[in-house]
Design a protein around this ligand. Structure first.
Ligand code: ZN
Length: 181
């Protein structure tokens, strides 16, 4: 029988330990080297930086237009932890729409506003906020803002795959001419 020679592949890596595995299910581990440690650090820094970059405009939108509350939570003797959660919106209806138009001028590439009608037939908006880095799109936060005061906006999120589906639906609708024209 031919002798099996392990083919080691990296299975997992932390600051301390790197584990290798072979297809024969054998495992071995060794200390993570300083060079590998530095690479992990850089990757995690890049990841954080990219997250911040791609969510930058949306985070500004959330800070500006949504209402937040910060609570402190203390469990036993542990240091108290602060966490912030959304508790609604600072404005609604026409006032919110107007404020968003004004803000969106800062980000002509990242914020797209389309007109729709709400259930009261009042002109309303759907606001798309892109999460992107240069020409690469991670996804789009979407907000339906009705003109009627006091109705909180509705939110949803689109990954590029969702966008494709919606685009197909819109293309189907575009085959028909608007009535009365
Ligand atoms: Zn093996």
């Amino acid at each position: 029988m031919k002798k099996h020679i392990h083919q080691w592949k990296v299975w997992s890596r932390t600051d301390k330990e790197t584990v290798f595995h072979c297809d024969c299910k054998a495992l071995r581990s060794r200390q993570t080297t300083p060079a590998e440690k530095a690479r992990i650090k850089k990757q995690s820094r890049d990841f954080d930086h990219n997250c911040e970059l791609q969510n930058r405009v949306c985070h500004e939108f959330e800070r500006k237009f949504m209402a937040w509350k910060t609570e402190t939570c203390k469990i036993g003797k542990a240091k108290p932890m602060k966490f912030t959660s959304q508790v609604g919106w600072k404005w609604s209806g026409y006032e919110l729409m107007e404020r968003i138009y004004k803000w969106a001028k800062k980000y002509p590439e990242d914020v797209i506003i389309c007109g729709i009608d709400d259930t009261h037939f009042a002109s309303s908006d759907i606001v798309f906020v892109l999460h992107r880095i240069k020409r690469r799109l991670w996804g789009t936060s979407c907000y339906v803002i009705t003109q009627c005061d006091g109705i909180p906006p509705k939110e949803f999120f689109m990954y590029p795959g969702h966008r494709e589906g919606i685009q197909e639906a819109l293309a189907k609708m575009a085959r028909y001419r608007p009535m009365g024209i």
